[in-house]
Design a protein around this ligand. Sequence first.
Ligand SMILES: NC(=O)c1ccc[n+]([C@@H]2O[C@H](COP(=O)([O-])OP(=O)(O)OC[C@H]3O[C@@H](n4cnc5c(N)ncnc54)[C@H](OP(=O)(O)O)[C@@H]3O)[C@@H](O)[C@H]2O)c1
Length: 262
Amino acid sequence: MTQSPPQVALITGASSGIGYATALAFARQGTHVAAIARRADRLAELERAVNALPPGHGDLLPLAADVTRPDELHRAVQQTLERFGRLDIVVANAGIGHRGSIADADWSDLETLLRTNIDGVLHTIRAAVPAMRPTGGGHIVIVSSVAFNLTAPYAAAYSASKAFVSSLARSMRLELEADHIAVTDVLVGRTHTEFNERRLGAGKRTGQGVPTMSPDRVAEGILDAVRHRRSVIVLRFFDRLIVWANSLFPGIMGRLARRQYQ
Ligand SMILES: NC(=O)c1ccc[n+]([C@@H]2O[C@H](COP(=O)([O-])OP(=O)(O)OC[C@H]3O[C@@H](n4cnc5c(N)ncnc54)[C@H](OP(=O)(O)O)[C@@H]3O)[C@@H](O)[C@H]2O)c1
Protein backbone atom coordinates (compact mmCIF):
# COMPACT_ATOMS: atom_id res chain seq x y z
CA MET A 1 0.00 0.00 0.00
CA THR A 2 1.41 3.44 -0.92
CA GLN A 3 1.45 6.02 1.86
CA SER A 4 0.03 9.46 1.04
CA PRO A 5 2.73 12.19 1.12
CA PRO A 6 2.85 14.57 4.11
CA GLN A 7 0.66 17.63 3.83
CA VAL A 8 2.20 21.08 3.50
CA ALA A 9 1.06 24.15 5.46
CA LEU A 10 2.04 27.77 4.83
CA ILE A 11 1.69 30.01 7.89
CA THR A 12 2.11 33.80 7.98
CA GLY A 13 3.20 35.54 11.17
CA ALA A 14 5.07 32.42 12.29
CA SER A 15 7.87 34.24 14.14
CA SER A 16 5.89 34.61 17.39
CA GLY A 17 2.66 33.96 19.26
CA ILE A 18 -0.17 32.08 17.55
CA GLY A 19 1.67 31.58 14.25
CA TYR A 20 4.77 30.15 15.99
CA ALA A 21 2.66 27.77 18.11
CA THR A 22 0.63 26.68 15.04
CA ALA A 23 3.78 26.02 13.01
CA LEU A 24 5.18 23.83 15.80
CA ALA A 25 1.86 21.97 16.21
CA PHE A 26 1.60 21.19 12.49
CA ALA A 27 5.25 20.08 12.35
CA ARG A 28 4.72 17.87 15.43
CA GLN A 29 1.94 15.95 13.60
CA GLY A 30 4.18 15.41 10.53
CA THR A 31 2.99 18.27 8.32
CA HIS A 32 5.72 20.20 6.47
CA VAL A 33 5.57 23.93 7.23
CA ALA A 34 6.55 27.01 5.21
CA ALA A 35 6.89 29.69 7.89
CA ILE A 36 6.57 33.34 6.87
CA ALA A 37 7.47 36.48 8.85
CA ARG A 38 9.91 39.41 8.58
CA ARG A 39 12.18 38.51 11.53
CA ALA A 40 14.53 35.88 10.11
CA ASP A 41 16.25 35.32 13.50
CA ARG A 42 12.92 34.30 15.05
CA LEU A 43 12.21 31.93 12.16
CA ALA A 44 15.65 30.37 12.70
CA GLU A 45 14.66 29.82 16.36
CA LEU A 46 11.42 28.15 15.19
CA GLU A 47 13.42 25.93 12.83
CA ARG A 48 15.63 24.80 15.75
CA ALA A 49 12.51 24.05 17.83
CA VAL A 50 11.03 21.96 14.98
CA ASN A 51 14.29 20.06 14.50
CA ALA A 52 14.27 19.20 18.22
CA LEU A 53 10.80 17.54 18.00
CA PRO A 54 10.55 13.74 18.37
CA PRO A 55 11.09 11.66 15.17
CA GLY A 56 8.32 11.82 12.58
CA HIS A 57 7.99 15.58 12.60
CA GLY A 58 7.51 17.63 9.44
CA ASP A 59 10.24 19.87 8.00
CA LEU A 60 10.31 23.62 8.40
CA LEU A 61 11.08 26.04 5.58
CA PRO A 62 11.76 29.52 7.00
CA LEU A 63 10.78 32.26 4.53
CA ALA A 64 11.54 35.88 5.43
CA ALA A 65 8.78 37.87 3.72
CA ASP A 66 6.48 40.82 4.33
CA VAL A 67 2.76 40.09 3.86
CA THR A 68 2.15 43.64 2.66
CA ARG A 69 4.27 42.81 -0.44
CA PRO A 70 2.44 40.59 -2.98
CA ASP A 71 5.70 39.90 -4.85
CA GLU A 72 7.27 38.50 -1.66
CA LEU A 73 4.28 36.23 -1.03
CA HIS A 74 4.31 34.93 -4.62
CA ARG A 75 8.02 34.17 -4.20
CA ALA A 76 7.37 32.43 -0.86
CA VAL A 77 4.67 30.22 -2.41
CA GLN A 78 7.00 29.40 -5.30
CA GLN A 79 9.79 28.44 -2.84
CA THR A 80 7.29 26.27 -0.93
CA LEU A 81 6.38 24.39 -4.12
CA GLU A 82 10.06 24.00 -5.08
CA ARG A 83 10.89 22.53 -1.65
CA PHE A 84 7.80 20.43 -0.89
CA GLY A 85 6.04 20.03 -4.26
CA ARG A 86 2.55 20.94 -3.00
CA LEU A 87 0.50 23.26 -0.81
CA ASP A 88 -2.50 22.01 1.19
CA ILE A 89 -3.11 24.38 4.11
CA VAL A 90 -2.75 28.14 4.47
CA VAL A 91 -3.00 29.97 7.80
CA ALA A 92 -3.38 33.73 7.19
CA ASN A 93 -2.39 34.80 10.68
CA ALA A 94 0.02 37.78 10.49
CA GLY A 95 -1.58 40.78 12.12
CA ILE A 96 -1.08 43.83 14.28
CA GLY A 97 -3.24 45.83 16.70
CA HIS A 98 -4.00 49.53 17.06
CA ARG A 99 -5.44 51.67 19.86
CA GLY A 100 -6.44 55.30 19.80
CA SER A 101 -9.08 57.55 18.31
CA ILE A 102 -9.52 57.38 14.56
CA ALA A 103 -9.56 61.16 14.22
CA ASP A 104 -6.25 61.69 16.02
CA ALA A 105 -4.30 58.57 15.00
CA ASP A 106 -1.14 58.86 12.90
CA TRP A 107 -2.03 57.91 9.35
CA SER A 108 1.17 55.85 9.10
CA ASP A 109 -0.07 53.62 11.97
CA LEU A 110 -3.51 53.18 10.42
CA GLU A 111 -1.95 52.47 7.05
CA THR A 112 0.34 49.79 8.55
CA LEU A 113 -2.68 48.18 10.22
CA LEU A 114 -4.74 48.16 7.01
CA ARG A 115 -1.85 46.96 4.80
CA THR A 116 -1.03 44.14 7.26
CA ASN A 117 -4.44 42.94 8.51
CA ILE A 118 -6.42 43.39 5.28
CA ASP A 119 -4.04 43.53 2.29
CA GLY A 120 -1.77 40.92 3.92
CA VAL A 121 -4.61 38.39 4.09
CA LEU A 122 -5.70 39.13 0.51
CA HIS A 123 -2.14 38.83 -0.84
CA THR A 124 -1.64 35.56 1.06
CA ILE A 125 -4.80 33.99 -0.34
CA ARG A 126 -4.28 35.27 -3.88
CA ALA A 127 -0.72 33.92 -3.97
CA ALA A 128 -1.67 30.56 -2.43
CA VAL A 129 -4.93 29.46 -4.09
CA PRO A 130 -3.48 28.82 -7.60
CA ALA A 131 -0.81 26.63 -5.92
CA MET A 132 -3.47 24.70 -3.94
CA ARG A 133 -5.77 23.92 -6.86
CA PRO A 134 -3.67 21.13 -8.45
CA THR A 135 -3.95 18.91 -5.31
CA GLY A 136 -7.75 19.05 -5.65
CA GLY A 137 -8.52 20.22 -2.13
CA GLY A 138 -7.07 22.11 0.78
CA HIS A 139 -7.86 24.45 3.60
CA ILE A 140 -7.52 28.18 4.28
CA VAL A 141 -7.58 29.38 7.89
CA ILE A 142 -8.15 33.06 8.55
CA VAL A 143 -7.12 34.28 11.99
CA SER A 144 -9.71 36.89 12.95
CA SER A 145 -10.86 38.06 16.38
CA VAL A 146 -13.87 38.11 18.69
CA ALA A 147 -13.60 41.89 18.07
CA PHE A 148 -14.86 41.34 14.49
CA ASN A 149 -18.42 42.34 15.48
CA LEU A 150 -17.57 44.55 18.47
CA THR A 151 -18.56 48.20 18.64
CA ALA A 152 -15.00 49.16 19.51
CA PRO A 153 -14.34 52.82 20.31
CA TYR A 154 -10.54 53.42 20.45
CA ALA A 155 -9.92 50.03 18.82
CA ALA A 156 -12.11 50.83 15.80
CA ALA A 157 -9.58 50.33 13.01
CA TYR A 158 -8.43 46.96 14.39
CA SER A 159 -11.99 45.74 14.92
CA ALA A 160 -13.00 46.87 11.40
CA SER A 161 -9.98 45.07 9.91
CA LYS A 162 -11.15 41.84 11.55
CA ALA A 163 -14.74 42.47 10.34
CA PHE A 164 -13.24 42.64 6.83
CA VAL A 165 -11.41 39.32 7.03
CA SER A 166 -14.31 37.50 8.73
CA SER A 167 -16.67 38.73 6.02
CA LEU A 168 -14.12 37.69 3.40
CA ALA A 169 -13.97 34.18 4.91
CA ARG A 170 -17.77 33.82 4.70
CA SER A 171 -17.99 34.76 1.03
CA MET A 172 -14.78 33.09 -0.08
CA ARG A 173 -15.95 29.80 1.42
CA LEU A 174 -18.61 29.57 -1.31
CA GLU A 175 -16.30 30.84 -4.07
CA LEU A 176 -13.78 28.09 -3.27
CA GLU A 177 -16.30 25.24 -2.90
CA ALA A 178 -15.78 24.26 -6.54
CA ASP A 179 -12.04 23.85 -5.82
CA HIS A 180 -12.81 21.75 -2.70
CA ILE A 181 -10.88 24.28 -0.61
CA ALA A 182 -12.42 24.76 2.85
CA VAL A 183 -12.25 28.08 4.70
CA THR A 184 -12.22 28.50 8.49
CA ASP A 185 -12.75 31.81 10.26
CA VAL A 186 -11.03 31.64 13.67
CA LEU A 187 -12.51 34.14 16.12
CA VAL A 188 -9.67 34.43 18.64
CA GLY A 189 -10.09 35.90 22.13
CA ARG A 190 -7.37 37.42 24.34
CA THR A 191 -4.20 35.34 23.95
CA HIS A 192 -0.86 35.70 25.72
CA THR A 193 1.53 36.78 22.90
CA GLU A 194 3.61 39.82 21.91
CA PHE A 195 0.47 41.35 20.37
CA ASN A 196 -0.19 43.94 23.10
CA GLU A 197 3.45 45.08 23.34
CA ARG A 198 3.71 45.55 19.57
CA ARG A 199 0.34 47.27 19.17
CA LEU A 200 0.43 50.58 17.26
CA GLY A 201 -1.17 53.85 18.33
CA ALA A 202 -1.26 56.13 21.34
CA GLY A 203 -3.74 54.15 23.47
CA LYS A 204 -1.75 51.83 25.71
CA ARG A 205 -4.49 50.44 27.97
CA THR A 206 -5.19 46.74 27.77
CA GLY A 207 -8.64 45.46 28.70
CA GLN A 208 -8.74 44.55 32.41
CA GLY A 209 -10.19 41.32 33.76
CA VAL A 210 -10.34 39.53 30.41
CA PRO A 211 -9.14 35.90 30.71
CA THR A 212 -6.10 35.09 28.60
CA MET A 213 -5.35 31.79 26.86
CA SER A 214 -2.07 30.38 25.57
CA PRO A 215 -1.11 30.44 21.87
CA ASP A 216 -0.84 26.63 22.09
CA ARG A 217 -4.56 26.50 22.87
CA VAL A 218 -5.31 28.51 19.70
CA ALA A 219 -2.95 26.30 17.67
CA GLU A 220 -4.82 23.17 18.88
CA GLY A 221 -8.10 24.77 17.79
CA ILE A 222 -6.69 25.54 14.34
CA LEU A 223 -5.49 21.94 13.84
CA ASP A 224 -8.86 20.64 14.97
CA ALA A 225 -10.67 23.02 12.59
CA VAL A 226 -8.57 21.77 9.66
CA ARG A 227 -9.12 18.12 10.66
CA HIS A 228 -12.90 18.58 10.79
CA ARG A 229 -13.17 21.22 8.01
CA ARG A 230 -15.01 23.64 10.31
CA SER A 231 -16.38 26.96 8.99
CA VAL A 232 -16.10 29.11 12.11
CA ILE A 233 -14.47 28.44 15.45
CA VAL A 234 -14.60 30.28 18.77
CA LEU A 235 -12.36 28.56 21.27
CA ARG A 236 -13.71 29.33 24.73
CA PHE A 237 -17.13 29.74 26.35
CA PHE A 238 -16.10 33.27 27.45
CA ASP A 239 -15.37 34.21 23.82
CA ARG A 240 -18.68 32.75 22.59
CA LEU A 241 -20.39 34.91 25.21
CA ILE A 242 -18.54 38.01 23.90
CA VAL A 243 -19.51 37.32 20.24
CA TRP A 244 -23.12 36.71 21.25
CA ALA A 245 -23.31 39.83 23.47
CA ASN A 246 -21.69 41.95 20.72
CA SER A 247 -24.45 41.01 18.29
CA LEU A 248 -27.35 41.29 20.77
CA PHE A 249 -26.28 44.33 22.81
CA PRO A 250 -23.92 46.41 20.60
CA GLY A 251 -24.61 49.65 22.53
CA ILE A 252 -23.85 48.19 25.97
CA MET A 253 -20.81 46.30 24.72
CA GLY A 254 -19.54 49.45 22.97
CA ARG A 255 -19.78 51.45 26.20
CA LEU A 256 -17.97 48.69 28.12
CA ALA A 257 -15.29 48.59 25.41
CA ARG A 258 -14.85 52.37 25.60
CA ARG A 259 -14.20 52.10 29.34
CA GLN A 260 -11.57 49.42 28.69
CA TYR A 261 -9.82 51.05 25.77
CA GLN A 262 -10.02 54.85 26.19
N1 LIG B 1 -3.13 37.98 21.00
C1 LIG B 1 -4.43 38.23 21.04
O1 LIG B 1 -5.00 38.54 22.10
C2 LIG B 1 -5.25 38.13 19.77
C3 LIG B 1 -6.65 38.18 19.89
C4 LIG B 1 -7.42 38.09 18.73
C5 LIG B 1 -6.82 37.93 17.50
N2 LIG B 1 -5.46 37.89 17.41
C6 LIG B 1 -4.86 37.77 16.07
O2 LIG B 1 -3.91 36.72 16.06
C7 LIG B 1 -2.96 36.95 15.02
C8 LIG B 1 -1.57 36.65 15.56
O3 LIG B 1 -1.26 37.55 16.59
P1 LIG B 1 -0.43 37.16 17.88
O4 LIG B 1 -1.31 37.37 19.05
O5 LIG B 1 0.23 35.85 17.71
O6 LIG B 1 0.62 38.37 17.91
P2 LIG B 1 2.21 38.42 17.73
O7 LIG B 1 2.89 37.51 18.70
O8 LIG B 1 2.56 39.87 17.78
O9 LIG B 1 2.44 37.84 16.27
C9 LIG B 1 2.17 38.59 15.10
C10 LIG B 1 2.91 37.93 13.94
O10 LIG B 1 2.58 38.67 12.73
C11 LIG B 1 3.79 38.88 12.02
N3 LIG B 1 3.70 40.06 11.17
C12 LIG B 1 3.27 41.30 11.50
N4 LIG B 1 3.37 42.12 10.44
C13 LIG B 1 3.86 41.36 9.42
C14 LIG B 1 4.20 41.63 8.07
N5 LIG B 1 4.04 42.84 7.53
N6 LIG B 1 4.68 40.61 7.30
C15 LIG B 1 4.85 39.37 7.82
N7 LIG B 1 4.54 39.06 9.10
C16 LIG B 1 4.06 40.05 9.88
C17 LIG B 1 4.87 39.05 13.10
O11 LIG B 1 6.14 38.71 12.56
P3 LIG B 1 7.32 39.74 12.17
O12 LIG B 1 7.18 40.97 13.01
O13 LIG B 1 8.56 38.95 12.43
O14 LIG B 1 7.12 40.01 10.70
C18 LIG B 1 4.43 37.98 14.10
O15 LIG B 1 4.95 36.73 13.70
C19 LIG B 1 -3.18 38.40 14.56
O16 LIG B 1 -3.87 38.40 13.32
C20 LIG B 1 -4.06 38.99 15.64
O17 LIG B 1 -4.89 40.02 15.16
C21 LIG B 1 -4.66 37.98 18.51
